[in-house]
Design a protein around this ligand. Structure first.
Ligand code: GSH
Length: 236
């Protein structure tokens, strides 16, 4: 049985089965990327619920794994050289899982880098810009009631990024063409999230991006991806 005692996070979230991947997460756009990937890969894993209501993500135990105090994070007891590895940053975790299994990423070098390029496009563009849009449009709307600039700034940038994605997806089934990859998995939860968490469908003109909308439905229609969107479940 793997010994995870070197990871203080396991004292707050004990591993029932320390031989499988431990996931520390919540059903947010960044969090579900990892449960979606793990479900698609059919890898055994143990999800742990990190509650924002009790700021679990800022506790000493959580920060010992991710000094940035944000979900998602994982421990893989069977990391490189068979040793346990802890990882944070959703893009890094997705790349790790894809390389570990040789799945969800093309085998050829050019396709691999092209996929990584689109993963970075989400990580550096869609995630931060959509996140700021959601902040000002929904969560801090009262703080900018007298200043329309923050919402306009991030709304327009989010729409610009959607138009880049629209061009890429026109005539393609997935971001990388015929293969469903970590580029899709890192991106679709954000497009879905801006609608269901921020109520941004109209203000972001979703109807003007039909290729993105059709692709989003294809992503969600995948049984493993759909399952991953609902993990981790809040403990009773
Ligand atoms: N770049 C990071 C961003 C992680 C992130 O912002 N996670 C959010 C949830 S989607 C979070 O933990 N927020 C809680 C907080 O900021 O305290 C990643 O992709 O893993």
């Amino acid at each position: 049985m793997a010994d995870l005692s070197a990871f203080p996070i396991t004292s707050r979230w004990p591993a029932k089965n320390p031989d499988i991947i431990q996931l520390y997460s919540l059903q947010t756009p960044n969090g579900v990327k990892i449960s979606v990937a793990l479900e698609e890969l059919a890898l055994p894993y143990e999800p742990h619920y990190v509650s924002f209501a009790t700021t679990d993500q800022k506790t000493a135990e959580f920060v010992s794994l991710n000094p940035n105090g944000r979900i998602p994070a994982i421990i893989d007891p069977n990391g490189p050289d068979g040793k346990p590895i802890g990882l944070f940053e959703s893009g890094a975790i997705l790349l790790y899982l894809a390389e570990k299994t040789g799945k969800l990423i093309p085998a050829d070098a050019a396709g691999r880098y092209e996929t990584i390029q689109w993963v970075f496009f989400q990580m550096a563009g869609i995630g931060p810009m959509f996140g700021q849009f959601g902040h000002f449009y929904k969560f801090a709307a009262d703080k900018v009631a007298n200043n329309s600039y923050p919402v306009e700034r991030y709304r327009d940038e989010a729409k610009r990024l959607l138009s880049v994605l629209e061009s890429r997806l026109k005539g393609r089934q997935w971001i990388m063409g015929d293969e469903y990859t970590i580029a899709d998995i890192t991106t679709f939860p954000w497009i879905r999230g801006a609608d269901i968490f921020y109520g941004g469908r109209e203000v972001l003109d979703y109807a003007k991006f039909p290729a993105v909308m059709d692709w989003l439905q294809r992503c969600i229609a995948r049984p493993a991806s759909e399952k991953g969107l609902n993990i981790p479940v809040k403990p009773a």
